[in-house]
Design a protein around this ligand. Structure first.
Ligand code: HEM
Ligand code: FES
Length: 780
């Protein structure tokens, strides 16, 4: 390998050359060697720039940067999640070491910035985060809504009659900073000066500033530091006044060892930086994206209730924090690649957010995408952005103001420029133009009185739905209907990957059911599902069978996918029971297209009860075996699975008892070889008349919470401001796992193995409960 010039001398090449062999003998591929996050390609579109990496080399070493670069969704999330192996201490480390002259300038201002939340280690970090988080909760943020509206309106008023504006210069750079200062409780009289210093303080942490630039920045940072200190001192005189800084001053009295003086001073400055550029760039990126997709912009102008979903999708598609950093504290493996202890990692959220393994049709801008809030732009896990809900509120209000007052605004012709750096990303200018004579408020001044309700927190998945029309209904088997649902406006539907499902609202918003997609993923005109009439149905499948007719409209959420085919896998065995064939049909077809070595076992009561049978037989020929019980040909699972197949993954979907039998029959297979989609005609929901209330005690936080009969542990924890990660909220993904120190658990997830359940030392907070109304002690 040619030693790259910018490789940190002390680090050397961290790759074990003997372990990795490539055709050229050098383990760093040509593309990895050329990776340049300061070049135009990365700046313009980091996700596009790293497309090759997601496909071919998802974790690679960049000699130019001296960092390991992580590009796929699951790997980025796994790094964020494991804060012990990958700590955050390097998050604010300068990518380019500072020149001694700049250090001397900082010293002359007594600059003594300490670690603040974002780059602290556990357990100190969590202790502080818990003490300081309350003003960031959705409930507490409500009081700031009028302020955010006022600030937004003031800025737009200044240029609304001009017919053109550079939105970054005239509004987006300053307005989020002003909001941030109000949130902190900075007095109006100090704002102007603080704004000046912090604006001059162009974040140089993530870029390559020249020595001269570094000195200029050092002066601004020094001034910024001193002024922050003076403002904190002043606030101490009025600790009961407004804002988050005074809240921390009050907390200092209660927890003097957790919140120290120097911590307060550092935090004042750090939060201004955290709240400012991230949000400025976030809204600039969102506007640029929406104005470039005119039809979507028009939809928002016509129906502002779509704005919360649009905000989340913009954060996913074109987020303002493109990448973040971690340090490995021990030897680790990420995405199958060994990472030595002491390595630096650049985890690229912009790339993860466009990973097709997690987001269906990831390059499409889909404001009705129901898993857009899985985006990683706010980070994830113990350090996840505390200000995320304030940022979401700002983005919603900004978009509401623009779509209402300037719906006719257009992007002016321009080339977008970015400040070269790894992490903070937004255009330097955003030039727009419009005809002021057509400003709607001139004809209708009452427009200015209307207000869209702000959605505090992530958008509700319930609220994000698209309307489809039933195009065709055919009988697919005994008691099974095949439905074809098409877009109402003829626009292409989001693409999906085999294994995906959609949620259908069955007559009312509170009754939705999941159905796997069984048509062709490349058919963007419609989705196909097969629905079995369940004799015990309380509304879901009965509604589909009895009420739904061709031409009727239905509200649909998704597609979402918890059951993906490993396309790199060599061998696959598909096992479907009854209507569980629906995801399996799409997966087996894909396996065939990929030339995989696969077998398909389809089990059912009788051939007459088995949907899609003829089609499958034609597609898979000898590779499919039909096990019809009435022919005396039940599948003998233990015999079928007696020999663990090397490189074989088993994909199964069917009734619970079949899946249980499969768990047993594969107990001797390698861990993870069996992948299941739990098919149940009527998924269970919390029925308060059948559930019991109970208590959970949180050992670290020293509090006890009551969990109501109609509430999940996760909801009770979040209501008490205890951050627990969560993703699917259905017991499917494992992200909400919490340690259990005492008490008996009623496990209801689909993640833990029987052996793990038996240990009674962890549970999924989104669904599992205390057994018989008992008490649980959690490791939180
Ligand atoms: C942390 C992004 C707005 C306050 C973070 C992190 C990211 C981020 C990526 C690090 C997460 C991690 O390590 O897992 C963003 C984006 C924003 C935004 C994209 C706007 C669109 C804000 C605002 C505030 C804020 C408005 C404050 C008012 C913080 C704080 C942390 C943080 C205090 C540190 C949390 C911790 O380490 O426990 N943010 N942020 N952010 N952000 Fe934000
Ligand atoms: Fe996915 Fe609980 S959030 S298992």
């Amino acid at each position: 390998m040619n030693a790259p010039q910018s490789l940190p001398a002390a680090a050397g090449c961290p790759i074990d050359h003997s372990a990795l062999k490539t055709p050229t003998g050098c383990p760093v591929s040509q593309q990895a060697a050329q990776f340049d996050p300061f070049g135009d390609g990365y700046q313009q579109d980091p996700a596009e720039y790293l497309r090759w990496a997601r496909a071919q080399e998802p974790v690679f070493y960049s000699p130019r940067l001296g960092y390991w670069v992580v590009t796929r969704y699951d790997d980025v999330k796994a790094v964020f999640r494991d804060h012990e192996t990958f700590n955050a201490t390097v998050a604010l480390e300068k990518i380019t070491p500072t020149v001694p002259e700049a250090d001397a300038v900082l010293k002359s201002y007594d600059y003594a910035m300490k670690r603040t939340l974002v780059n602290e280690e556990e357990p100190a970090h969590m202790a502080r985060r818990r003490v300081l988080i309350e003003p960031f909760t959705p409930e507490a943020l409500k009081e700031h809504e009028p302020m955010v509206r006022r600030v937004t309106r003031q800025y737009v008023d200044r240029f609304i009659d001009d017919g053109h504006a550079d939105l970054v210069e005239q509004m987006l750079w300053e307005a989020p900073l002003t909001v941030g200062l109000h949130f902190l409780g900075v007095d109006e009289e100090d704002m102007e000066q603080l704004r000046r210093y912090s604006i001059a303080h162009t974040v140089n942490t993530w870029g390559r500033p020249s020595p001269e630039e570094q000195i200029a920045v050092a002066h601004a940072v020094g001034n910024f530091w001193q002024l922050s200190g003076r403002i904190v001192d002043k606030m101490r005189a009025t600790p009961d006044g407004p804002g988050w800084m005074r809240y921390t001053i009050r907390m200092q009295k209660e927890h003097p060892d957790v919140v120290t003086d120097s911590y307060l001073h550092s935090m004042m400055m750090a939060v201004i930086v955290a709240a400012h550029e991230t949000t400025s760039h976030g809204i600039a990126n969102a506007l640029k994206l929406l104005l470039s997709n005119r039809a979507v912009w028009q939809e928002l102008c016509d129906d502002p209730s779509l704005i919360p979903g649009a905000v989340e999708e913009c954060l996913r598609h074109n987020g303002s924090v493109a990448a973040w950093r971690r340090l490995s504290t021990r030897d680790a493996v990420v995405g199958g690649v060994p990472i030595p202890a002491g390595s630096r990692l650049l985890i690229v959220m912009a790339s993860a957010n466009r990973d097709e393994r997690h987001f269906a049709d990831p390059d499409a801008l889909d404001i009705r995408r129901d898993n857009a809030s899985d985006q990683l732009t706010f980070g994830y896990g113990s350090h996840q952005c505390m200000g995320k809900n304030l940022a979401r509120m700002e983005l919603q209000i900004f978009l509401e103001e623009f779509t209402k007052r300037l719906p006719h605004m257009q992007l002016a012709p321009q080339r977008f420029e970015y400040l070269p750096n790894t992490s903070f990303r937004g255009p330097k200018h955003l030039r727009v133009e419009w005809n002021p004579a057509l400003n709607p408020e001139r004809a209708n001044p009452a427009l200015l009185q209307s207000r869209e309700p702000v959605r505090l927190g992530e958008p509700s998945r319930q609220a994000i739905a698209r309307t489809l029309v039933v195009e065709r209904i055919t009988r697919a088997a005994e008691g099974v209907l095949l439905l074809r649902l098409a877009a109402t406006d003829g626009k292409p539907l989001p693409r999906w990957a085999p294994g995906a499902h959609i949620d259908i609202e069955c007559g009312n918003a509170d009754l939705s059911r999941q159905y796997s997609l069984c048509g062709r993923p490349d058919d963007a005109t419609a989705y196909e599902i097969a629905v079995l009439r369940d004799a015990a149905s309380r509304g879901g499948s009965a509604w589909v069978h009895e009420q739904l007719a061709v031409g009727q409209r239905v509200r649909v959420r998704g597609p979402r996918n918890h059951f993906r085919l490993d396309e790199q896998g060599r061998r696959a065995m598909f096992i479907a029971g009854g209507i569980g064939i629906t995801p399996i049909a799409a997966m087996a077809r894909r396996a065939r297209e990929l030339g995989m070595d696969y077998a398909l076992h389809y089990c059912g009561r009788s051939r007459g009860h088995m949907a899609l049978l003829q089609k499958l037989a034609a597609e898979h020929g000898e590779r499919m075996q039909v096990h019809a019980s009435n022919e005396g040909r039940r599948a003998d699972l233990p015999a079928l699975l007696a020999q663990p197949g090397a490189d074989t993954l088993i994909y199964a979907c069917g009734p619970a008892r079949m899946l249980q039998a499969l768990q047993q029959a594969t107990a001797h297979w390698p861990e993870g070889a069996l992948r299941v989609e739990h098919f149940e005609a009527e998924p269970t929901t919390l029925d308060p008349s059948r559930e019991q209330a109970f208590e959970v005690e949180l050992r670290d936080s020293g509090i006890t919470l009551a969990v109501r009969a109609d509430q999940t542990v996760l909801a009770a924890l979040q209501g008490a401001n205890i951050d627990v990660q969560c993703d699917c909220r259905e017991g499917l993904c494992g992200s909400c796992e919490v340690g259990v120190l005492a008490g008996e658990i009623d496990h209801r997830d689909r993640v833990l193995t029987p052996a793990e359940r038996a240990r009674q030392d962890r549970m999924m907070a989104c669904c599992s409960r205390a057994k018989d109304g008992g008490r649980l002690v959690l490791d939180l």
